[in-house]
Design a protein around this ligand. Sequence first.
Ligand code: ZN
Length: 140
Amino acid sequence: MNLTPDLATCNYRSMTPELGVPISTSVGKPRGWHGNKEKGIPTKPYLNSIAPWGVFNHRPAYCEGEFRRLYAERLEAKADEIDAGIERYSLEYPGQRLVLLCWCTVTHLDDYCHRRMAARWLEARYGIEVPELALEAGPR
Ligand SMILES: [Zn+2]
């Protein structure tokens, strides 16, 4: 990749237009995420390559180690596709931050959530920081 992408993560609930370009990365997407041209809703960006397809069944908390291992393998296997997708959206939305979205509420940067695992992987891959825009206060 010839460019340095500007990336962040967030959840659907906290995402607002000012934060950047919303990019879905979840297996299940919010209703209407994929636009219906007849209704004038534009197609929303989606990075299928980052969604935890085939890994999601291992999501239960007692499987965290297995989920992390399988998802890390998937990221490596999809690395070229992920690069291409991020480059495409970076060129399509120049100067704008791409915000990778899923459903989870996270309380710290390494919480058990695939978007944060992807963020750490992308940080190492591109030498950038991928902040979380929806950090919630942890339990007291
Ligand atoms: Zn998540």
